[in-house]
Structures are given as C-alpha cells and as structure tokens.
Design a protein around this ligand. Structure first.
Ligand code: UDP
Length: 451
C-alpha cells in the first residue's frame, strides 16, 4: 500500500447499484486506494452497500426516489433511466457541499462513474471536474454498442434482429441475436439510452475490467472508435485486496461441504443476481442435476422464481433424491467457491464478473445466457476461448443431464479445462510486473495525477 497522497487527489466513484456493477466499482476503489488515493463512494440509497466492509472508503448516500424494487430484464432499463432522472440534483448538491466543506483535506481530482450512470458525468461537467467512465462489462460488449449505434444510424437493425442467427459483419463470431440488446422488453428505450450517452460523452478516459490476452482484437477496434485513452487493468477482483461487497448474506457453510468433495468433481451452478426463471424450468434444472450423478453446489436465490418461498421452489422429492450429493444455498462467496480445488465446472448465466471469476481460476463453463451482455460472453466462451458450452434456455432434464456429464466427465470437458488453465496462466502473467494490466494500471495512476 502506498502512502496517502497529499491534497488534490480524492477520487469520487459512482457505481450503478446492482451487484454485478457494485462489485467491480468497489474493487476499482480498493485498487486506487492501494495506490494512495482517498476514495469516496457516492451510492444510491437503493442497494446501499454495507459500509462496515469498506472501512477505507467514505460513503455519500444519493437520494434516488426508489424504494426497494425487484429488478429483472423487464424493468432494468426503466430503473436505470429512473436513476439518471432522479439522481443528478442530489449528487450535485452533495458534491458541492463536499467541495466547500472545511473538514475535507483533499480536493476532488475526478469522478469515475459506471457507464450507465450518465448523470454523474453531467455533475462532473457542471462542477468542472474531469470524469472517467468505468465499463464493467467486456471490451467486446462495449464495442458491440458502437456497432449497434452505427447499424441503427444506417437503419440496419430492428427489433426482429434480436432473433437472427446471421453474423454481425464487424463482430464475428457474434450473431445478431447475441447483441446485448436482445431479450430486453423495451429495445427502443435501450437504444435511446445508449445513443444519448454516446453522443453527449465528454469523459476523458475509459477504464475496462478486462485483459489484453483475452480481448486483444476487440480492444484494438474499440480504441479506434473511442477518442479517449482506454485503461485495461483487469481482472479487478484479483488485483484488489479481497473484500466482500455482496448485497446478500454469503452462506460460508458450502466451503466445508466442498472440502469433503473430490478434486474437480463438483459443478457449481449460479445464474447471478438478476436472472429469473419459471418454477417449471427450475424443476428441469433440479432433475437434470440430480440425474447427472455429479456432486453440485447450487445457488438458488429466494427471488429466482416467481411467487414461491425459497424451499418451495424446488420440486417435491428432489432433496431426498440427491441426499448429500448436492448442496443448495441462497448465496455463496463465489470467488472462493470458484477457487476451490473441488470445483471443476461452472454452469453460469455468463455475466461478465462470473465469466472473469471463472476464467481466472481455470474453470470451464456451461453457458446459459439470459439477457444483455450474457450472450456476447457465451459466444466468446464457446467460439473464441473454447472453454464453454453454449446452450439455449428451456432445456429438458435429459439434455441438462448430458451437458453436465459432458463438462464434468467427458473428454470434451477435460479439454476445455485444460484450455481454461492456459488462459488463467496468461492472465496471471498480465498482472505481474511488466504485464499488460500491471503497466496499464501504472499508466492510469499517472494519468489521474496529471488531471
Ligand atoms: N455472486 C456472489 N455469490 C453468489 C452469486 C454471485 O458473490 O452466490 C457474485 C459473483 O461473484 C459476481 C456477481 O455476484 O461478482 C454477479 O455478477 P455478474 O456480472 O456475474 O452477473 P449479474 O448478477 O450482474 O447478472
């Protein structure tokens, strides 16, 4: 940890308040704090993190006008738009007070905001502060937004394209249906939100949680399209000192259960913090897992299916059928789980954090994307890195059973595991002195100091 810097170097971070966005932003905060920058987190009251887990940060609560609402792919865009409408004035007031307050020894150097929280950029512009964007997803996903906007300008994209299996010319191997606008209810609103953000952007740099060795081609193309420097400093969770920013309580009992299992024998199943499904689909998952005869650790969130209590969502007779061979919990310390030697595969929705956390431990995946960037990552996992098996939703128990065995028992799964380990090693090198992420982080620090 470097010495705290003198005046002029406090950084204000504005996360988007969903688990998959809070985690990388707070990890970035820890990384920059370890480089000597004092950190303030300006966070919506909605999903406000447990400040006790982050004693090194100051927190500013932003009044957002949202009481706790359930977020899904159906209302995701509306909720984000709501934050952008409601949060600008409160943040501006808080920041202005902060800049005038005598007790603050530091001046604010810049605001780093989640790419969805555009109101933070407006506040930065108003207060004449530099701002930097944090893109919490992959470079390929960021690139695909540029392509989508271009296609939209040329009238080459419509709602029907979200079903098309035709390849997107500049983004191969992505097909139209893999673009991150598919599976949202209100594509038009989403396109408007993206277009507005891209047209008005004045931020001076973009930070990405990825690595050159993973997304070199996309990064080169992205840099050609962005007029500002890109800092590629991932994987954040490996570089940041370990802390938890879970909004749900982590059930650590699963680690003791994993300790009892054989090396690489367990399939870990989690569909992230937002994806939800029908009770019938959950039942197929359950029986597919049981019939595969592989030990499994399964995260079933209480809100994962509609209208049932946690235990009620599982089919009758299932718990008795699996005995000790399955462990079902509401939420786990995922990074620790994926790093456990007993875990040999991950059945995931392929959110970017889960994807990175899995690759960084050399764990191959079954990819079941739901919406947004998850299809982009699924395609890369299966077609580019070749460490994931792609499947569609609504699979029956027989197909699930075969897929799980293919990943956990068959030669195909073993080959994917081998490739995943090779990628892990490349990522390890990128974080070490002289590696690409290591160098880019130093460049970012110099850049912030120069603002
Ligand atoms: N996560 C966790 N425990 C769980 C499930 C998920 O800590 O039981 C974390 C996971 O490590 C990741 C985040 O929640 O950092 C989910 O982010 P991701 O981008 O994968 O998906 P999202 O939830 O945004 O769809």
């Amino acid at each position: 940890m470097e010495e705290p810097r003198q005046r002029h170097q406090r950084i204000v971070l504005v996360p988007c308040p969903f688990q998959g966005h809070i985690n990388p932003m707070l990890q970035l905060g820890s990384i920059l704090h370890s480089k000597g920058f004092p950190i303030t987190i300006a966070h919506t009251q909605f999903n406000f993190p447990n400040t006790l887990n982050h004693p090194n940060f100051n927190f500013l609560p932003i009044v957002d006008g949202f009481s706790n609402c359930n977020v899904s792919s159906v209302n995701f865009i509306d909720v984000i738009s709501g934050f952008n409408s409601n949060c600008r004035a409160p943040l501006q007031e808080l920041m202005a007070q902060m800049m005038e307050a005598k007790e603050y020894q530091d001046e604010i150097t810049c605001i780093i905001y989640d790419e969805y929280m555009n109101f933070a950029e407006a506040v930065a512009n108003y207060l004449k502060l530099p701002s930097i964007i944090l893109s919490t997803s992959s470079a390929t996903n960021a690139l695909s937004f540029h392509t989508i906007l271009q296609l939209q300008k040329d009238s080459h994209i419509s709602t029907q394209d979200s079903m098309s299996v035709e390849l997107v010319p500049e983004l191969q191997p992505l097909r139209f249906k893999d673009l991150p606008i598919s599976n949202f209810n209100n594509i038009e609103d989403l396109l408007q939100l993206i277009a507005k953000a891209h047209e008005t952007r004045m931020s001076s740099a973009i930070i990405l949680n990825t690595m050159n060795c993973l997304e070199q081609t996309s990064l080169v193309q992205l840099q050609q399209r962005c007029r500002v420097p890109l800092f590629t400093i991932g994987p954040f969770h490996k570089i940041a000192p370990a802390t938890s920013s879970s909004l749900m309580e982590e059930d650590n009992s699963c680690i003791a259960w994993l300790d009892e299992q054989m090396r690489n024998s367990v399939i870990y199943v989690s569909l992230g913090s937002i994806a939800s499904m029908k009770k019938k689909e959950l039942a197929e998952m359950a029986w597919g897992l049981a019939n595969s005869k592989q030990p499994f650790l399964w995260v079933v969130r209480p809100d994962q299916t509609d209208g049932s209590e946690w235990k009620e969502s599982l089919p009758d007779g299932f718990k008795e059928a699996i005995g000790e061979s399955g462990c079902i919990v509401k939420w786990v310390p995922q990074k620790e789980v994926l790093a456990h030697s007993a875990v040999g595969g991950f059945w995931s929705h392929c959110g970017w954090n889960s994807t990175l956390e899995s690759i960084c431990e050399g764990v191959p995946m079954i990819c079941q994307p739901f919406f947004g960037d998850q299809r982009v990552h699924t395609r890369y996992l299966s077609q580019v890195w070749k460490i994931g098996m792609e499947w569609e939703n609504n699979l029956g128990r027989g197909e699930i059973e075969r897929a799980v065995r293919k990943l956990m028992v068959d030669r195909e799964g073993e080959d994917m595991r081998q490739r995943a380990m090779e990628l892990k090693e490349k990522i390890d090198v990128s974080m070490k002195e002289g590696g690409s992420s290591y160098n880019s982080l130093n460049e970012l620090v110099d850049y912030i100091l120069s603002l």
